[in-house]
Design a protein around this ligand. Structure first.
Ligand code: ATP
Ligand code: MG
Length: 269
């Protein structure tokens, strides 16, 4: 379902987004006048080399950039400009409407809490879900992300890399958000596990009719999972469109470089 009751598409529309980090010596213009949108049901890949501004653009959406960072432009959702919301108002959106799988799954977890406790705490805090209901929801989330329910009693350091990423995904899905923002959710994993975890994410997002922005430097991997690709370079969008079109005939020399760079890495020496 990609439409609200009023018949309007639920989407996040980013208009003219710029992100500038204030430096002691010089400012860093990490994102420059970028515009794109993601609707519920869209699976969008935001790709580009390291430092191209992907995380900065993504983290601007739930206002999770370091304080003091200058953010310009509009992030329109539900008739509101999310960039202008107060911290309290934004908190109402995080987890419930827009959830994040951060870069490096460990950033999702507190070392001394079990996986179950992480999930039940998020549910208690954001949805006031009673503990016994939270436990049931935690079990169904494990199933959804392809983990054994016994994982719930483990601490974060007791999980493999792939299990950690799946658990981070379960946590992000806890409050049944409309949009999922995933920053390099599979980068630390081997190639096969990367593909499996990414397929799990894309399938879940499609089944639930959520919108996904997947950030990755791996353009072919993103193309395999996403319908649309947005290619960033030096803070600007250089190309965007259907994944198959971009892979088949990249309109930009930089995009071609990204495709070739990954292919070369995958050729065994
Ligand atoms: N907190 C910060 N303070 C100052 N500069 C920053 C900060 N975070 C990022 N930058 C700079 O902003 C630019 C974009 O960084 P960003 O993290 O958005 O890139 P990225 O595309 O996500 O890279 P990667 O693939 O390595 O994660 C880079 O030049 C980076 O050095
Ligand atoms: Mg990044």
């Amino acid at each position: 379902m990609t439409h609200s009751e009023s018949g309007k598409k639920i989407e996040i529309e980013i208009r003219g987004l710029s992100v500038t980090y204030r430096g002691r010596e010089a400012d860093v213009h990490a994102v420059k006048n970028c515009s794109f949108s993601v609707a519920r049901g869209d699976v969008v890949g935001l790709v580009g080399e390291s430092g191209s501004g992907k995380s900065s653009a993504l983290m601007a959406i739930p206002q999770l950039l370091p304080s003091g960072t200058l953010v310009d432009g509009q992030i329109i959702c539900g008739g509101l400009d999310l960039a202008k919301l107060s911290e309290n108002a934004m908190n109402e959106w995080r987890w419930r409407k827009i959830a994040l799988v951060p870069q490096g799954a460990m950033n999702s977890f507190t070392p001394h809490l079990t996986v179950e406790r992480h999930i039940t705490e998020v549910l208690e805090h954001h949805l006031k879900t009673p503990k016994n209901e939270g436990k049931k929801r935690a079990v169904s989330l494990m199933e959804a992300v392809g983990l054994d329910a016994r994982i719930l009693s483990r601490y974060p350091h007791e999980l493999s890399g792939g299990q950690k990423q799946r658990a981070a995904l379960a946590l992000a899905l806890a409050c049944d958000p409309d949009f999922l923002l995933a920053d390099e959710p599979t980068t630390a994993l081997d190639v096969i596990t990367q593909k499996e975890v990414l397929e799990t994410i894309a399938n879940l997002v499609r089944d639930r009719g959520m919108g996904l922005i997947l950030v990755t430097h791996d353009l072919p991997l993103a193309a395999g999972a996403c319908d649309t690709l947005i290619v960033m370079k030096d803070g600007a969008i250089v190309e965007s469109g259907p994944s198959e079109d971009i892979i088949a005939s990249p309109g930009n020399a930089y995009t071609r470089t990204l495709i070739d760079a990954i292919k070369e890495m995958e050729v065994p020496s």
